[in-house]
Design a protein around this ligand. Structure first.
Ligand code: 13P
Length: 256
């Protein structure tokens, strides 16, 4: 079993004081959780402050996005190097909200992965189909296209540092999660695809699930052989819920 990764994407939520409150409680509730990677992605404005509160805790920081250049005249943007400097270890890339509201494409996602690796940030690369695509039986084709576009030009040595997040768009913020079987089917196919392209290294790559993850469904999701963690939105804003998700019930699982 790979080391599980539970990541909280706070999206555009929390002031600094709200973030502090959340982190203080999370620290308490995750004390001693050493067999798992716990990551939070607060808004940019809180990262610097929160890094000091997280010192000595197992919780790591992620950025929700980044820009592809190192520095320069790109008003309003933040580079991977700056995010590393402020204390991030991971960066969420290609979230469906970025694709939808900010016109990100597989090509920009690809450039952001390179930028992220250049700065020694681990990319958490998001893929997932819309409801219409699922209804039209296009799910596997869509995620395959997204992965191929996102990972274009990456060799096995770079791919090993990635985390993939399968986040069906219809499950995000709707309260309707993919069933463990639906998620496992996609994760399994993604793993096969990565094995074909990159060989054995794909077996060590974590594929996490996102979309209405909550304390009530995490144990079942994590029992699936190819679900190596979760990317949590709404429930990560509640310390008790997020900590319960991070302390999911472990059950033995083997991949075929
Ligand atoms: P919810 O957990 O709120 O559905 O959001 C999922 C998500 O988008 C995480 O990146």
């Amino acid at each position: 079993m790979l080391r599980p990764l539970i990541a909280g994407n706070w999206k555009m939520n929390t002031t600094i004081s709200q973030g502090v409150e959340l982190v203080m409680r999370l620290r308490e509730l995750t004390r001693g959780a050493e067999d798992i990677d716990i990551v939070i992605a607060p808004p940019y404005t809180s990262i610097y402050h929160l890094r000091f509160l997280l010192a000595g805790s197992p919780i790591k920081l992620a950025a929700q996005n980044l820009y592809i250049e190192k520095n320069g005249a790109y008003t309003g943007e933040v580079s991977a190097e700056m995010l590393r400097d402020v204390g991030c270890e991971y960066a969420i890339i290609g979230h469906s909200e970025r694709r939808r509201y900010f016109n990100e494409t597989d090509e920009t996602v690809n450039k952001k992965i390179f930028a992220s690796l250049r700065a020694n940030l681990k990319p958490v690369v998001c893929v997932g189909e819309t409801l219409d695509e699922r209804k039209d039986n296009k799910t596997l084709g869509v995620v395959k296209r997204q992965i191929k576009g996102a990972l274009k030009g990456l060799g096995p040595g770079m791919v090993k540092d990635l985390v993939l997040a399968y986040e069906p768009v219809w499950a995000i913020g709707t309260g309707i999660n993919a069933t463990p079987e639906q998620a496992e089917e996609v994760h399994n196919r993604l793993r096969d695809l990565l094995c074909e392209e990159y060989g054995m290294v794909a077996n060590d790559l974590r594929i996490i699930y996102g979309g209405s993850v909550k304390p009530e469904n995490i144990d079942e999701l994590m029992a699936q052989p190819n679900i190596d963690g979760a990317l949590v939105g709404g429930a990560s804003l509640n310390a008790d819920d997020f900590a319960r998700i991070a302390r999911f019930k472990k059950s033995p699982k083997g991949r075929s």
